[in-house]
Design a protein around this ligand. Structure first.
Ligand code: NAD
Length: 291
């Protein structure tokens, strides 16, 4: 029986409506609206689209936003000075430095310089440390978006075996940490999984994948996960965004996988919309923390 396709756009819209109300309540309580400042260095077209989407989503939720566009020749020092200024600006709730930065810039130094209380992407070592200790402050946008998708699709993770493919600091690694914890902000049934974190050096990846109740693919290789790598009835979450001649394609062979899985996210329209939504959630949280 073909899988149910999970509608990430609808889930995202529902959560954004809830955030809009929470922002309105925050403002009604006498606070200034939360404000997100995005810093974009250079002219990368994909980054420009992402930043514009984030600005539009902020506006819909009643969150103020500002874009600081910097020249591609900006130095690490200039960027550090800007971040310092934003850290000390009481009107700024959250700071987002759009990645990737031009190759001449020390990205790690810049990200580490963002105040941990304004770190809405949750990349700061302090926030990563808090997550690993099971007492998160901000949760990284894409992995936390996936937990929301699962919850709103009626899928729990406690006691399930979950195969995550990809160990990036942005998706795979924090995803593994979140799902293996004893608890989650969305409830203990959205944590407590038995997680296997697979990567480019994993042996028997297909076998591990085929034994999992939930497969989360964050690899960046078009249609890497094939139907024969899935247990019948598995839930499949496709994080991949690959630009091909056929348009945007995920890391999962969607058509074939949908014949085996019980529920599956499409690309586009699956995980992607949630990433922006959690950024809004984190910006509101930052505004509350920075009171
Ligand atoms: P990354 O390039 O930082 O990491 C890729 C990971 O895949 C690595 O850990 C690597 O070990 C693993 N990998 C590579 N080849 C492999 C193989 N043959 N077998 C097993 N593992 C292999 O990627 P990332 O930043 O995590 O992004 C992954 C994908 O997700 C990309 O397509 C990216 O565009 C997409 N993405 C989407 C969103 C979203 O909002 N939907 C957010 C972030 C990333």
């Amino acid at each position: 029986m073909p899988a149910t396709t999970i509608d990430g756009k609808k889930i995202s819209k529902d959560i954004q409506t809830e955030i809009k109300q929470q922002v309105a309540d925050f403002v009604a309580a006498g606070h200034a609206p939360p404000k997100l400042v995005a810093v974009l260095v250079g002219q990368d077209p994909a980054s420009q689209v992402y930043v514009r989407n984030k600005e539009r989503a902020c506006k819909r939720a009643g969150i103020d936003s500002a874009l600081i566009q910097m020249d591609a020749t900006t130095t690490t020092q200039q960027l550090l000075e800007l971040v310092d200024q934003l850290n000390h600006d009481a009107t700024v709730s959250g700071i987002l430095v759009q990645l990737p930065l031009p190759s001449g810039i020390d990205s790690q130094r810049v990200l580490d310089a963002i105040s941990a209380l304004k770190d809405v992407d949750a990349f700061h070592p302090e926030n990563v440390g808090l997550l690993s200790q099971g007492r998160p402050r901000f949760l990284p946008c894409t992995p936390f978006g996936i937990v929301h998708i699962l919850k709103r699709s009626g899928i729990t993770t406690a006691g399930k075996s979950i195969c995550i493919i990809g160990r990036s600091d942005i998706v795979g690694k924090p995803m593994a940490l979140m799902l293996a914890q004893k608890d989650s902000p969305l409830g203990a049934d959205m944590a407590n999984a038995t997680v296997t974190l697979c990567h480019s050096r994993t042996k028997n990846l297909a076998e591990i994948c085929a034994s999992a109740d939930i497969v989360i693919a964050a690899i960046g290789k078009p249609e890497f996960v094939t139907a024969d790598m899935l247990k019948p009835g598995a839930v499949v979450i496709d994080v991949g965004i690959n630009r091909t001649d056929q348009g945007l394609v995920g890391d999962v062979d969607f058509e074939a996988a949908a014949e085996v899985a019980s529920q599956i996210t499409p690309v586009p329209g699956g995980v992607g919309p949630l990433t922006v939504t959690i950024l809004l959630e984190n910006t509101l949280k930052a505004a509350q923390l920075n009171q």
